[in-house]
Ligand binder design. Structure first.
Ligand SMILES: [Zn+2]
Length: 282
């Protein structure tokens, strides 16, 4: 599932192409995907693109189009005039001009540019609502701070309030910390030197400080790599994110730890596949 770095990479990728453009047509290709009056977007101009945790919001004047990619969602931009230049890895580029079998929604702009919402598993959602109601969505209103806004004081207090919860589950809870998912929770725990299956109540103030710094460093590095393409995730111009090539523990089971050489281990914590180094993390 796309996490903060992936959704933020898509947001940044779409900004120069979509903001200021007028929507000429919105075509839904699957009844489960669109919610609200998609047709009301026609004739509006995209004024901004916001992100709330993993939720992407196209602001179109008084209206908002809230897009959640969930498991397998993609947003692929095509420039319409054919002038789109692919980034550094054309062999991995994925220039989509037309809808394909997983395309659930197509936005067409008045300059012929298109934005394709592809979603193989169809868990993603595209919802039209008044822009003033976005902040009231339960998902948005309940979001905790993102790693960038996280402070040690906040984390120490919340870890104690949830002291029986396993650390990994705590980090995945979007109401406690927004934007982390399975990949970056594991990477954050490694970077902080803390085992992900510890109870939150056992995390010391010093470890909490390390977790804050680790979460921020992990997100910065992931953004620099345009996120992680474990499966379906692609940037707004169809490129893969390359973070997994530098990941410390995620999906590296049995491979040597980049710090100490011990084999990376995998266990299931809170129902989620979890990776760690038993000699670097305590
Ligand atoms: Zn190690």
């Amino acid at each position: 599932m796309p996490e903060l770095p992936e959704v933020e990479t898509i947001r940044r990728g779409l900004l120069p192409h979509v903001v200021g453009k007028c929507i000429a047509e919105v075509v839904s290709r699957h009844p489960k995907v669109g919610q609200g009056r998609l047709e009301d977007l026609v004739g509006t101009t995209v004024t901004a693109i916001q992100r709330y945790g993993k939720l992407l919001v196209l602001e179109c004047g008084e209206l908002a189009c809230a897009i959640h990619l969930k498991m397998t969602g993609q947003l692929i931009w095509w420039g319409g005039d054919g002038s789109l230049v692919m980034g550094g890895h054309p062999e991995e580029g994925y220039l989509q001009r037309e809808p394909h079998k997983h395309t659930r929604l197509v936005f067409t702009f008045t300059d012929s540019g298109r934005l394709f919402f592809n979603d193989q598993r169809i868990f993603g959602t595209v919802r039209v609502l008044p822009v003033r109601e976005v902040q009231k969505l339960a998902f948005v209103a309940g979001l905790g701070p993102e790693p960038e806004q996280l402070t040690a004081e906040y984390l120490i207090e919340r870890l104690q309030a949830r002291k029986g919860t396993v650390l990994k589950s705590f980090l995945l809870d979007q109401t406690e910390v927004a934007g982390l998912g399975n990949i970056y929770a594991d990477e954050t725990c490694f970077r902080a030197g803390v085992l992900p299956d510890r109870r939150s109540g056992t995390i010391t103030p010093d470890e909490a400080k390390r977790l804050v710094r680790a979460a921020q460093e992990t997100i910065h590095l992931a953004l620099a790599h345009q996120g992680s393409s474990e499966r379906d995730y692609r940037t707004a111009i169809g490129e893969k994110g390359t973070y997994l090539s530098v990941a410390n523990v995620y999906r590296r089971t049995g491979q040597p730890c980049r710090t100490c050489g011990a084999p990376i281990q995998r266990v299931v914590v809170g129902g989620r596949s979890t990776h760690f180094c038993s000699s670097c993390q305590h």
